[in-house]
Each structure stands twice: as C-alpha cells, then as structure tokens.
Design a binder for this molecule. Structure first.
Ligand code: COI
Length: 355
C-alpha cells in the first residue's frame, strides 16, 4: 500500500488531557487521546486510521496471547527550540522493528506506513507533547497477531497500533543493579536482539526478586557461562574504564539499542575511545578494585542516559562515584539533547521534523 492520501482521523469528543499532571508524569502513566490502528489481512497491510484511544474488541483465542507473536518499538517525540516537532531516529527504529518482525515470522511494515503513521498520530495529539526538560512524548508502535485460532501456527492476521504517552524520566535517581547469575534473559540464537514481548515477560520474575532485594533491575549475563555482560533489560549498559567508553558488543542476545548507537557515535565525535567487546564480570570487579571504572550508565530510549549508583557482583555492592559535572555521561547527554532540540547541527539526519 502507498499512503497517497492522508490518514483518516476520527477525533475524540472527550479529551482526557485535563487529567494529566504534566509536572509529575512518571513513565507510562498516561496514554494520549488517540491511537493509530492498521490491520493486516489477505496478505497486506490495510489502510490505517486514527481513532480515539480505547479498548479493542479482540478474541481471547488470538494467536499473540498464546504463542507470543508480538513486537514493539519505543521512540520519542519532542518540541524543538523553534516550536517544530521532532521524532527522533525514525529510520533506525523502523529498521529494527522489521528485524524483530522477521524473527517472529510477522509481516514487515513499510517505511511509508511507519513514518506516515507516526507523523499523523503525533500531529493529532501534539498537545500531549510535554515541554519540560527531560520529558517527551513516548511513542509505542506495537504489532501483534490478532487471528483467532488455537492451532500452533504463524498468524495470517495482525494489528499495527501506535500509542503515545507523555513521559518524564524513566528513573528518578541513579539505579542499583544486580548482576544476575542464575536466570537468563536470552541465549545466542534466541530472540534477545528482537524487541519482542516475550523477552520482557521472561525478565519479570528475576527482576522482581532483585527488587525485593533492594535493586532496581538486573544486569543480564550470557546464557552459557554467566561470565559476560549482555544488557540490563530496559536499557543497554555502558562503562567508562580507563577513560574509554566500553560496552558489550552486539550479539543475537543483545538488543541493538538506538540510544546505544547514538551515544557511541557521539562519543567518537567527542574524541573518546570506544570499545565494543565482550566484558566479563571479573573485569568489572577488578576495575572497581583498582578504581579504573569511573562511570557506569544505562542507555535506552526510555532511560536516555541513566546513571548507575551501585553494581552488585557475587553479593558485593560496588559503588560508582557520584556523577561529575565534567564527566562523560552529562557531556554526551547534553550533546544528544542539543541535537534533538535544534541547538546543535543534526549532522547524521537523526531528527524527523514535522512543522
Ligand atoms: C524503551 O527504551 O523504549 C524500551 O522499550 C524499554 C522499556 C520501557 C520497555
């Protein structure tokens, strides 16, 4: 399909925007007035439409509930300094969505449908884009199998939905993380690189246990030996060791984070040496003992750059120094913010600007 005509919009008669506390958004607490919905049937995506956000009539036999064909993206839209709207890194999110869809035997979404859909939903609910520093309109494109059938099969019917949500920072303070040495998020050859719903569901139990022990999240290690660091579930993980930016190299068990890619690109521009490689827990433990590790943080669309306060390894809490004004994290975060707001040139064409 080609989106030659504009996407039809059925507006709500009862906006909920007055119920939003824009000063205390939190993350994911509010869903904006409208949503985009497109159906896949007869081997093709049908014309999308924008309708008031609300419940959908779906069968409890729909295949995504039973066999897990569900993938999503997490993106953000902002107001720029000149009042234009910026949806950040649309192209890269689109490519990753299609990689996830392919892994789950689900139909690809064209760049046209993805981009036009995002533009239309963001324009429709532009009033929901927060203006305060550190806040944004979080965009959640999700694709799931809607065909009702109990046989174990690849579905023939899907829905593509885009929800939006005004959000503040994902974490309110530097996080405490525990290196997970028993449970596994993803194994090589599995679905860890795909943004599929099951990766998150499977992470809940160990994460809940870690929370009961006073941690915010876990740091996942490789499935074979529990020796090397993968990621942290809601974010990729990065370290500053010996003044170098060090992060686990991508593999089939690690999500190819868009923010990860952005920060690596900006770090290289800043003249920082970047190492994407295997990082063992032993190396991190030694770096703490020798005080060569000066920073650790999570990188993600939701998390942006989230400082880590504590990493627990084999039951020992290792503390990171407080985030320094002249450190790497704040500098790279400012660079990212300046590009997104239009204060610095967008040399990589990351901004998708709507006027
Ligand atoms: C994101 O960073 O957008 C994510 O999807 C992580 C989490 C909120 C699910």
């Amino acid at each position: 399909m080609t989106l030659t005509t504009s996407i039809p919009v059925k507006k709500t008669t009862q906006s909920r925007i007055s119920t939003v506390d824009f000063k205390n958004l939190g993350f994911g607490n509010y869903i904006s007035d409208h949503m985009l919905v497109a159906k896949y049937d007869n081997g093709a995506w049908q014309e999308p439409q924008i309708i008031p956000y609300g419940d959908l009539m779906l069968s409890p036999a729909m295949l995504s509930l039973h066999y897990g064909q569900a993938v999503f993206e997490g993106m953000k839209a902002f107001y720029m300094n000149d009042g234009a709207i910026n949806i950040f890194r649309v192209e890269r999110h689109h490519k990753r969505l299609n990689k996830s869809l392919a892994r789950m035997c689900m139909p690809a979404i064209s760049e046209d449908l993805f981009t036009a859909g995002l533009e239309a939903i963001v324009k429709t609910d532009a009033a929901w884009i927060p203006k305060d520093d550190g806040s944004s309109l979080y965009l959640r494109p999700v694709v799931f199998a809607s065909e009702a059938k109990l046989g174990v099969k690849v579905a023939d019917q899907y829905l593509f939905v885009i929800l939006t949500s005004p959000v503040g920072p994902y974490f309110s303070k530097p996080v405490r993380l525990k290196v997970e040495l028993e449970y596994v998020r993803a194994a090589e050859g599995g679905t860890g690189f795909a943004k599929c719903a099951g990766n998150y569901g499977g992470a809940f139990y160990p994460t809940q246990q870690a929370r009961e022990q006073g941690f915010d999240q876990v740091i996942w290690t490789d499935a074979k030996e529990h020796k090397y660091i993968d990621e942290s579930g809601a974010m990729n993980i990065m370290f500053v060791i010996d003044n170098k930016l060090v992060t686990p190299a991508l593999s089939s068990s690690i999500l190819d984070g868009v923010t990860r890619n952005t920060l690596i690109t900006l770090a290289k521009d800043m003249g920082v040496t970047v190492e994407e490689r295997k990082i063992s827990i032993d190396e991190i433990e030694k770096a703490f003992q020798q005080k060569t590790i000066t920073e650790a943080f999570g990188a993600g669309t939701a998390a942006v750059v989230s400082p880590i306060a504590t990493i627990n390894i084999h039951g020992i809490d290792y503390q990171l120094p407080e985030v320094k004004a002249d450190g790497f994290q704040l500098a790279v975060k400012k660079k990212l913010q300046d590009i997104r707001s239009g204060a610095a040139p967008d040399t990589y064409n990351w901004n998708h600007i709507i006027r």
